[in-house]
Design a protein around this ligand. Structure first.
Ligand code: GDP
Length: 317
């Protein structure tokens, strides 16, 4: 959610539809509620609801209770290049309404379009928005509501990184995935590993070593290169086939003795690792460990499918 022209549709198009940021200049502003299912193309099994800015909570045709009851995360986009007082008032109204219906929603605030701000200005804007939003909640006696803040822009990778964090909070198996990644990298001499949703370039888990932005950006670029090359040379002449399948794998050697290694894990997920050249000489070991890792990931998600199926079954009875 967010005011009109704050950047909601642009974020959705850039993250989930590979639209280049410059093309968003020509997007029509959102003026009706749009719902999109991304579960067919992405690991992230969710729906996005794009709300126009000026939603009227008193409009009887808008059943916000129904929507908020089933919501995991509410992302509120604030245009940092504009006067944000009206946005803050809207944020407060939205958050308090949503919290009343469903206190388990994660409230995620994107302080957006920060590409236009200097570094000092970014920090100052974040501090100011953080302070005002929390003061408003405290005044209403709702300091128990937790808001998370992210500085984002569609012109760099910050929007992907913020979306990754939002999605990770919704993945129940996250500790298990992190644990598997930790075991995998420490037994294979790997520096860093990310589990990526290939379509959106959201990373759904990584090992517990710190994430640095440059490493993450390199991984995103690698996925783009692999998918682009596959689209050009990997499909059959009639266009049949998919650019990403069980056979998908790639190795890119950088000139700083680092190797990037990508491998398919599931239909939607890929593992991207950073390995030092001398460790990559033991590729046989890495591949063997990867085989075990992949099997474990499949088991984790099979358990999830079983739980979902048995819940559905119970609901039907
Ligand atoms: P919506 O009404 O909230 O869906 O807003 P739009 O997605 O239509 O975006 C409004 C305008 O903001 C468009 O011209 C976008 O190009 C621009 N915009 C979106 N994100 C960014 C960003 O990160 N930085 C900058 N500078 N402009 C952005």
């Amino acid at each position: 959610m967010g005011l009109r022209r704050s950047g909601k549709s642009s974020i959705q198009k850039v993250v989930f539809h590979k639209m280049s940021p410059n093309e968003t200049l020509f997007l029509e502003s959102t003026n009706k509620i749009c719902r999109e299912d991304v579960s067919n193309s992405s690991f992230v099994n969710f729906q996005i609801w794009d709300f126009p800015g000026q939603i009227d909570f008193f409009d009887p045709t808008f059943d916000y209770e129904m929507i908020f009851r089933g919501t995991g995360a509410l992302i509120f986009v604030i245009d940092s290049q504009d006067d944000y007082m009206e946005a803050l008032a809207r944020l407060h109204l939205t958050v308090t309404r949503a919290y009343k219906v469903n206190p388990d929603i994660n409230f995620e605030i994107f302080i957006h379009k920060v590409d236009g701000l200097s570094d000092d200005h970014k920090i100052e804007t974040q501090r100011d928005i953080h302070q005002r939003a929390n003061d408003d909640l405290a005044d209403a006696g709702l300091e128990k509501i937790h808001l998370s803040f992210y500085l984002t822009s569609i012109y760099d990778h910050s929007i992907f990184e913020a979306f990754s964090k939002v999605v990770q909070k919704l993945i129940l198996q996250l500790p298990t995935l992190e644990n598997l990644l930790n075991i995998f990298i420490s037994n294979s001499g790997i520096e860093k590993a990310f589990l990526f949703d290939v379509v959106s370039k959201i990373y759904i888990a990584t090992d517990s070593t710190p994430v640095d932005m440059q490493t993450y950006e390199l991984c995103c670029d690698m996925i783009d290169v692999v998918i682009d090359i596959s689209c050009i040379y990997g499909l059959k002449e009639d266009g049949a086939g998919t650019p990403y399948d069980k056979e998908s794998t790639a190795i890119i050697k950088l000139n700083n003795t680092t190797v990037l290694y990508l491998k398919e894990v599931t239909k939607f997920l890929a593992l991207v690792c950073f390995v030092r050249e001398e460790c990559f000489e033991r590729k046989g070991l890495i591949d063997y460990n990867f085989h075990c890792f992949r099997k474990a990931i499949h088991e984790v998600f099979e358990v999830r499918m079983k739980v979902v199926r048995s819940r559905k079954h119970q609901n039907q009875m």
